[in-house]
Ligand binder design. Structure first.
Ligand code: SAH
Length: 395
């Protein structure tokens, strides 16, 4: 059996059940011939600690599959892991009003590197690590037998694959490839999801609960939805009685799909305005008019891709939040988010506090938000928490 032996003292993170073993922790490797194959993890004093997938290219050399030394890693193992994850989703997703959710959330569902999102009767997968790629055929078979989906589509067209020595990859893995625009229902709202060209796997499922929360703040309000993508937050707001929503996004394709989503939900075109612009610039344009809003949503893309980008990202978050706070009416509400894992919650809170100070506003925090629970998080894997949000009220 292929194996890796850890350096002395480097079994601590494994003992705490953290799923990553970095190359610097490894003393020696034995009998490894394929990228992604399963290895036994041995402590410096020869104890078997568990097993994981070996990546010969990545800094993360091993992603732990099991901390139980007696587990055998085979197709049945993945079947069990997938079934456990699906059973949990049955507890938290109301299938009558929602048919799109994350089925497998990689490390946080004990299947490192594997993302599976369900969009109605389609599944969309990302194989982000050498290990998940190694087991791809079996995983696709398990998913097709279990879900009997119309199709399974792959969206492994992401740069992180290259760190694992894998090429980017995209296309149908199982079933029909007829239409890649899928209609889903989320909390009773309908959305079109472009699983072929949309961001990530097509839709930001992680914001489901936060979109739902916006309903409480929407009635008769005038709302500015920045980084609106395909109109997720806006559909919820308008269906719960918002007077008007302005959607701002730099992507013409996203705004076009937003328009279709509004009409799919029976929303009159007088209720919204779509603006294709850079949010940083557009907020400044608004600042120079006297326009004010009741509610503003800031849900930008990831500003910090790595530790080295934290400072610059922090300036970006502060900039848009400062501008947005100034554009709010008295008692106005800000929904503000960061999906950069490297910006930890305390830092995000501090950025918002600094923005408030510089905007000359007193800001109450009404709620702390995070990713919806199908985007599972483990106490032993803090890296799995990436989405942070605050609902704030200005005086
Ligand atoms: N809130 C959305 C998801 C937002 S994703 C939802 O619930 O579905 C981030 C969006 O920001 C993307 O649609 C992207 O096109 C857009 N974007 C990225 N940089 C931008 C910029 N500088 N100005 C405007 N939009 C931007």
């Amino acid at each position: 059996m292929p194996s890796v032996k850890l350096k002395k003292g480097r079994d601590k993170s494994v003992n705490r059940k953290h799923p990553w073993i970095f190359s610097g922790a490894i003393d020696s490797v034995k009998n490894i011939s394929n990228n992604g194959e399963t290895v036994e993890i041995i402590s410096s004093d020869g104890k078997l600690l568990g097993c994981g997938s070996y990546s010969s290219h990545s800094q993360i050399s091993v992603r732990v599959l099991s901390f139980n030394p007696t587990d055998i890693i085979d197709k049945d193992f993945f079947q069990q892991r997938i079934e456990n994850a699906v059973e949990f989703r049955k507890q938290i997703i109301n299938a009558e009003s929602t048919n799109a959710y994350r089925v497998i959330n990689a490390e946080s569902d004990y299947i490192p590197g594997l993302i599976v999102d369900k969009y109605s009767d389609f599944l969309v997968c990302q194989f982000l690590s050498a290990g998940s790629e190694y087991w791809k055929k079996d995983i696709v078979e398990i998913l097709s037998n279990y879900f009997k989906p119309t199709g399974i589509f792959e969206r492994s067209d992401v740069e992180v694959r290259e760190k694992e020595g894998l090429k980017q990859s995209k296309g149908i893995l199982y079933g029909k490839n007829s239409d890649t625009i899928i209609e889903i229902i989320e909390n009773g709202n309908k959305f079109l999801v472009d699983i072929n060209l949309g961001h990530k796997t097509g839709f930001y499922l992680d914001q489901r609960d936060n979109r739902k929360l916006l309903e409480e703040y929407s009635s008769e309000k005038e709302i500015l939805n920045c980084f609106s993508f395909t109109g997720g937050f806006s559909v919820y707001a308008l269906k719960s009685g918002a007077n008007k929503v302005v959607n701002v996004d730099s992507s013409a394709e996203a705004l076009l799909l937003a328009e279709k989503n509004f009409s799919l939900n029976g929303i009159d075109s007088s209720k919204y305005e779509n603006v294709q612009d850079d949010v940083f610039k557009y907020l400044r344009k608004l600042r120079d008019t006297n326009k004010q809003f009741d509610v503003i949503i800031l849900d930008p893309p990831k500003f910090a891709e790595s530790v080295s980008q934290i400072e610059k990202a922090g300036r970006g978050y502060k900039d848009i939040n400062l501008l947005a706070l100034k554009l709010l009416k008295k008692n106005g509400v800000l929904f503000t988010f960061s999906c950069s894992g490297h910006i930890v919650p305390d830092l995000f809170n501090k950025i918002i506090a600094d923005a408030a100070t510089d905007a000359g506003k007193e800001v109450h925090i009404l709620k702390y938000l995070t990713q919806s629970p199908d985007h599972t998080m483990l106490t032993s894997f803090p890296e799995g928490l990436y989405l942070k949000g605050l609902v704030c009220k200005v005086n």
